[in-house]
Design a binder for this molecule. Structure first.
Ligand code: SF4
Length: 177
């Protein structure tokens, strides 16, 4: 079939093959989070973003993908989503009981200026993250980079959970993009 196309068309087709579609950062962050045992990804933004990211991954892998959302309303879109996030942390640990919540931002929460690291600190201070449970976060505004950037940012955040034993075992862990 390819022989029927002009050299220009073949070049364009090849370009499509080596330049695949890119989508928004949170999809990469959500995908990375799904690789952690006992983790529930959390989308800090509107329900629409979370629904889109879940359905994109569900369609691609033909597996249902679970994720929570901060469910921004008009109020949180203007005044910030901290209250929603704190309530979400409580609800997630009470209802779904994951070992870890991996939260990522969206265009909306980034534009407002929500800081998930600061919200996590507040949640810890207020005792909303139970003993033996964790929360990590990634800043993933979708007007920068792509799902590849979101994946890397979430993986970097996961690496922050590692604690040194002080001993070397002669192995290197390589985490590709
Ligand atoms: S608003 Fe931003 S984060 Fe939400 S789906 Fe669109 S590009 Fe992705």
């Amino acid at each position: 079939m390819l022989l029927r196309h002009t050299p220009k068309e073949i070049t364009e087709r090849s370009a499509l093959m080596i330049n695949p579609a890119k989508t928004c950062q949170p999809i990469g962050a959500m995908y990375a989070a799904l690789g952690i045992h006992g983790c529930l990804p959390h989308s800090h933004g509107s329900q629409g973003c979370c629904a889109y990211h879940r359905s994109a991954l569900t369609r691609h892998y033909k597996e249902p993908v679970s994720a929570a959302t901060s469910s921004f309303t008009e109020g949180s879109s203007v005044f910030g989503g901290q209250a929603n996030m704190l309530q979400a942390i409580e609800n997630i640990f009470a209802v779904y009981n994951p070992v870890i919540i991996a939260a990522h931002t969206t265009c909306l929460s980034e534009t407002i200026g929500d800081d998930l690291k600061q919200i996590r600190k507040k949640a810890l201070t207020e005792g909303k993250i139970p003993e033996g449970k964790y929360m990590i976060s990634a800043s993933t505004p979708s007007y920068v980079g792509s799902h590849v950037t979101g994946f890397s940012t979430m993986v970097k955040s996961m690496a922050g959970l590692a604690e040194t034993t002080g001993k070397k075992n002669g192995k290197v862990n390589i985490i590709p993009g």
